[in-house]
Write a protein that binds this ligand. Structure first.
Ligand code: NAP
Length: 426
């Protein structure tokens, strides 16, 4: 039996990302899915020193932690040595393999590192761009980013994506898009682009770990990541009661009181989902009305397991990695009165920041919040010819799965036209 163990949950994006990263290293691991099994949940919490989040990864005697810690090991070049120590045979790279980042199931992997199109990001926008460019025979290479599948991968039911009258689970929708892109020849690899070289053609994309790929056209669809509140205890207690993913962690708070911070659709969706597990859900919102759509607001207000505390900001998360989260210290925005809300878990759902750090320093304008701005040429074109953008990195208005898919389609079609014109010398 392998000495590499990963505790997972069903519908857990981080679990999938962790497994993919281990698979990309040819690591042979044992998966223990704790969904619906209280004993296994308890075993995982005890073995991981109180962490209430999946995945939890153990390599030999080392408790790695969750996906972020696994990914940090990879960034520091420490993952492969650790795997090799735990399972010497399994982690040895195949003798003739110099491109171990590729998924093992890639049949059509091109041996050199040049592609007509590289797409950064594997959310709705990136995968839709992959479907279109693959169908146009442009053999796109999709570089997943740290979080394969983007925001939809940590979502539960998507009720408003056309074509699914009964709704569809976010991870299922993403897996289907991936399969559809692969069917037409897209390559999807787990990796994180660190630097772009776009001063001249061909463009270069350098990944964490140093691998370098080149392309004629680049579609940047790196999406957005959860915002932090920025208060004491928030980061220290991540995984010890503070979470940004109800789908991943809700089951670890069965019959316990929890809080949700935020007043948008995401917060209310998380709160409603959490009522299936928690004894009580308290929504902490900084204003006196929700930003969420009326239908979500109505559902949340009608749910007798949900209480809303209006006009309240979070000041601090109280607790430690030993005790777990003990309370959320709040402050009333009008009176300034402080209170400790005793909860075992708190889910933060206050929106997202665009993942545009990789574009900083390039000739692509970003607005004050970091979104890509429209320049002289209309989006999806950017100021750099041959570099296109799609999805939440420029869209701070709609931010829906369907609009992200639409933006991915638009970027792919314009990329194809741009490449054709270039070939024709236009
Ligand atoms: P959002 O709409 O931007 O809402 C963010 C919420 O967090 C707001 O209520 C905001 O308060 C609050 N907030 C922001 N910063 C805060 C801070 N530092 N401390 C405390 N509270 C803070 O973000 P979202 O809910 O993630 O939704 C993003 C987009 O996705 C929206 O277009 C939404 O419609 C869409 N979405 C749709 C669905 C669905 O259709 N089922 C589900 C999820 C998301 P204020 O209200 O005071 O600004």
């Amino acid at each position: 039996m392998s000495d590499i163990v990963i505790y997972t949950k069903t519908f857990c994006g981080y679990c999938v990302w962790a497994k993919r990263l281990l698979q990309s290293k040819d690591a042979d691991f044992v998966e223990i899915n704790v969904s619906g099994d209280r004993e296994l949940i308890q075993q995982m919490i005890e073995r991981s020193g109180g962490r209430r989040t999946a995945p939890q990864i153990f390599i030999g005697d080392v408790h790695v932690g969750g996906y972020d810690q696994l990914s940090d090991l990879e960034t520091r070049g420490e993952l492969e040595p650790l795997l090799r120590e735990a399972a010497p045979a399994a982690a040895d790279p195949p003798a003739d393999d110099n491109s171990t980042n590729f998924q093992p199931d890639q049949e059509d992997a091109v041996s050199d590192n040049h592609r007509p199109v590289i797409i950064l990001g594997s959310g709705c926008a990136g995968l839709t761009a992959a479907i279109y460019t693959a169908r146009a025979n442009l053999k796109p290479l999709v570089i997943s980013g740290r979080e394969f599948g983007g925001q939809l991968y940590t979502t539960t039911e998507v009720e408003n994506f056309p074509g699914f009258p009964e709704g569809v689970q976010g991870p299922d929708l993403i897996e289907n898009m991936k399969a559809q892109a692969e069917r037409f020849g897209a390559e999807i690899m787990i990796g994180h682009a660190e630097t772009l070289e776009v001063a001249e053609q061909p463009f270069g994309v350098v990944l964490e770990g140093g691998a370098r790929y080149t392309c004629d056209a680049l579609i940047v669809a790196t999406g957005a990541s959860s915002k932090e509140i920025g208060v004491p205890g928030e980061l220290d207690l991540r995984g010890y009661g503070v979470s940004t993913c109800a789908t991943c962690d809700a089951a670890f708070f069965r019959d316990r009181p929890i809080a949700v911070v935020g007043g948008g659709d995401s917060a209310l969706e998380e709160a409603l989902f959490l009522t299936k597990f928690a004894s009580k859900v308290t929504i902490l919102h900084r204003r006196d009305e929700f930003r969420a759509s009326p239908v979500m607001a109505e559902r949340a207000l009608a749910n007798d397991r949900i209480e809303v505390v209006w006009n309240t900001r979070v000041k601090e998360f109280v607790g430690s990695s030993k005790t777990g989260l003990q309370a959320v210290r709040t402050v009333d925005v009008h009176s300034g009165e402080e209170q400790d809300l005793t909860v075992d878990g708190c889910f933060i759902a206050i929106g997202h920041d665009p993942n545009t750090a990789i574009l900083r320093g390039l000739a692509i304008d970003l607005d004050d919040l970091g979104y890509v701005k429209e320049g002289d040429r209309p989006l999806p074109h950017t100021a750099i010819e041959g570099v296109f953008v799609a999805g939440d990195i420029h869209d701070h208005h709609y931010r829906q799965a369907i609009t992200a898919a639409g933006y991915g389609c638009r970027a792919a079609l314009d990329t194809e036209r741009w490449l054709t014109n270039r070939l024709m010398g236009a």
